[in-house]
Design a protein around this ligand. Sequence first.
Ligand SMILES: [Ca+2]
Ligand SMILES: [Ca+2]
Length: 93
Amino acid sequence: MNSRIAVLGAMLLVSTAALAIDAENFPAFKAVDKDHNGLLSREEIQVAIPEVLAVFSRADANADGQSTPAEYEMALRMLSLPPSSWLPAPPSS
Ligand SMILES: [Ca+2]
Ligand SMILES: [Ca+2]
């Protein structure tokens, strides 16, 4: 009984964390935000994960041409990319 409650509590925590998206707890966002201004420009996305540009306009909820963490997360969801591909590939040496 107690373990079931614990599991429900953990699920609640996870869903709450998913709603509170900001750059600090979104490594895939920070990796793309090269100038660390808290927004992703088309140029930053183009360099990191060009596939995202295909849905950029639809995910740009406030149509300012920049992605907030929440908008970027929406774009990634639209693409249904596996989270493992959200981070730019490390430079090959
Ligand atoms: Ca930026
Ligand atoms: Ca925007």
